[in-house]
Design a protein around this ligand. Structure first.
Ligand code: M6R
Length: 616
């Protein structure tokens, strides 16, 4: 997730672009840049670091001109650096981009075969070179617009683009596909941004670009075209949001916004890796990991996963999934324990490290310990260019976009997607999954984003439930196997932002002690998605209810095994039992969020906690 912006009008562009980038910085903050067109020349300034680094650079030499584009980056392809920052330039053309170009390697080879020289490691650079190639080599009658359209035909993936050229000082061309882009209308001026929050200082009249729509912005008017090039008339809509609400996309808090971004994060993490052929066959393609060339994957005797907090809970789910699909023994440990434990190490093990930030001190220390012992390290992280990403041998990125709220939500479920893909790929490579099952599992994964949307539409039921229980002094979560891992994550969410004494138990452990805690002031939430264990779980629910606890069961749509033994049931769309954590954690995230708000807490900034724990 990056932020893009543009301005064309009668005012100096640079300060307007910087103001917009400030509003968009929550979308990405590892580098920023602008291109301003003045006196027939494009002046490009870009810098690694947050916006203040660019501001300082520009402060000394603010580019003059009344047309420009800007970008704030959340690195996906190529680590954060000056050269990988946007805008990218080819000839007299500059481009800013938000999204991922999935076929960029192929396009890069195609362009290199035509003597194009690349400067950066980004996927974006292929876009500007493609446009420049078509502009200079193909018959010029389509001009810049024709060149952009030609280039779009070759792109696969998601993009919001803004394109300027020193040859056309009277226009900005912009287009969107699967990434948001909004045009703001002024008098004698037009604005462009990924998010309406960046436009509100200047105008409240906006046009949200439709899928594949192209716009050409001039100073005195704007033209809109469908992806097929048909001209369309757009009527602006009036926005009366306040600026802060707009940054949160209309949600009250970043946490709620990020919970709702999970369907999108699922798609972004899955789509570049899940390939479906014309015949309906699926394949998992990790560009990052080659199973054929590296026999570690097929011969390793054991997998070790280490992480902290929520990422550790993802690792627990990963253990269940990897053991189920690959039959390789998996060991999971919290990084702070692992680094000081007298571990029995085997350098042939696959060593996986999971971290949203890629900067957690204990997690990095555990990784460095394993590295010293000779292990090859696979990192699963959300942050391109993080210390973990740079030091690991292999990286699987979660494409969740920046997570701002301290309580992790979309990063967790995106980590699960990576771990499931890995488990399936490895299981198939080791012949532990038949071709038919493989297809069925991947089709189920492909359906998860839509199922998560469906689930989020049921959030009012959780809100009502929270309004009855937010003041409970004890909340216990229980479940078996995958449901136990989700219980741990659910209890952590409630501790973090509601400050409730909440604990998670493996349901079978209840009678070995925790049942002594159950009384009328207890809420017991049971996560029940492992069908073969339903009878066992039902007994546990009866045990807690007979001690006076209130009971909520989270289970599948159409499942009625618990109706008569619990106070309430919340149902989630049915998927494979093994994939249940991707969905069953969402009601728990929502429950923690609503309880926190009802108690008057700020869920985005819980007391005593930091987003990233970079000290021991
Ligand atoms: O950035 P990391 O994933 O390494 O962070 C690990 C934990 O600090 C983190 O998951 C923490 O537990 C979150 N606040 C959970 O919501």
């Amino acid at each position: 997730m990056c932020g893009i912006t543009g301005y064309i009008g009668f005012q100096e562009a640079a300060p307007i672009l910087l103001g917009a980038l400030k509003k968009l910085e929550y979308r990405g903050y590892d580098s920023a840049g602008v291109a301003v067109l003045g006196r027939g020349q494009l002046k490009v300034s870009k810098a690694k670091g947050d916006l203040s680094v660019l501001e300082e650079r520009l402060g000394r030499e603010m580019p003059e001109g009344t047309l420009g584009i800007g970008h704030t980056r959340w690195a996906t392809h190529g680590e954060p650096s000056d050269v990988n920052s946007h805008p990218h330039v080819a000839g007299r053309i500059a481009v800013v981009h938000n999204g991922i170009i999935e076929n960029y390697r192929r396009l890069k080879e195609w362009l290199e075969a035509r003597n194009v020289v690349f400067l950066s490691d980004t996927d974006t650079e292929v876009i500007v070179h493609l446009i420049n190639y078509h502009y200079t080599n193909v018959s010029g009658d389509g001009g810049l617009f024709g060149a952009v359209r030609e280039a779009l035909l070759q792109l696969e993936g998601s993009y919001a683009l803004a394109v300027v050229s020193a040859d056309f000082p009277d226009r900005i061309i912009a287009v969107r596909k699967d990434s948001p882009l909004i045009v703001g209308l002024g008098k004698g001026e037009y604005f462009l941004a990924s998010d309406v929050s960046a436009l509100l200082a200047h105008t409240r009249e906006v046009c949200y670009l439709e899928e594949q729509e192209i716009t050409v912005l001039y100073r005195d008017h704007a033209d809109f075209f469908t992806g097929e090039g048909e001209r369309v008339i757009r009527t602006p809509v009036h926005v009366d949001w306040d600026t802060e609400a707009a940054e949160k996309g209309g949600f009250e808090h970043f946490m709620l916004k990020e919970i709702h971004e999970q369907p999108r994060a699922f798609t972004d993490t899955l789509r570049p890796r899940l390939k479906r052929s014309g015949t309906g066959d699926y394949a998992i393609d990790f560009e990052e990991i080659s199973f054929d060339e590296d026999e570690t994957w097929t011969t390793a005797p054991r997998i070790v996963i280490t992480a902290c907090g929520t990422a550790w809970h993802a690792a627990m789910v990963g253990k269940y999934a990897l053991e189920h699909f690959t039959r390789i023994p998996v060991e999971v440990d919290v990084a702070s324990e692992y680094r000081y434990r007298n571990v029995v190490f085997n350098p042939k093990d696959i060593f996986i490290v999971v971290s949203q930030s890629g900067e957690t001190a204990d997690t990095l220390a555990a990784m460095r310990f394993a590295r010293k012992e000779g292990a090859r390290i696979l990192a699963i992280t959300n942050v391109v260019g993080s210390t973990l990403a740079r030091e690991a041998d292999l990286v699987l990125h979660t494409w969740a976009g920046p997570e701002i709220a301290v309580a992790s939500t979309k990063a967790f479920t995106s980590q699960l997607i990576c771990l499931y893909l890995l488990a399936l790929k490895l299981g198939r490579a080791r012949s532990r999954i038949s071709g038919n099952d493989y297809r069925r599992y991947l089709a189920s994964l492909e359906a998860i984003p839509a199922q998560a949307e469906e689930l989020l539409a049921r959030k009012e039921a959780i809100q009502r439930f929270a309004s009855r229980h937010f003041n409970k002094s004890k909340v216990f979560f229980m479940g078996r196997q995958f449901d136990y891992a989700v219980s741990l994550e659910s209890a952590l969410k409630l501790k973090e932002i509601n400050y409730t004494h909440s604990e998670a138990f493996a349901a079978g452990e209840l009678k070995h002690g925790p049942i002594a805690l159950m009384d009328r002031d207890t809420l017991a939430v049971t996560i029940a998605t492992q069908t073969r264990l339903f009878d066992k779980t039902a007994s546990n629910i009866q045990e807690v209810r007979s001690r006076g606890a209130s009971s909520l069961v989270i289970t599948w749509d159409g499942e009625h095994s618990f109706d008569t033994i619990t106070d309430e049931v919340f149902r989630i769309p049915k998927t494979e039992d093994t994939f249940s954590p991707l969905l069953s954690v969402i009601p728990a995230q929502l429950f923690a969020y609503y309880c926190s708000v009802l108690r008057g807490n700020n869920p985005d900034k819980p007391r005593n906690l930091a987003k990233s724990v970079t000290v021991e």
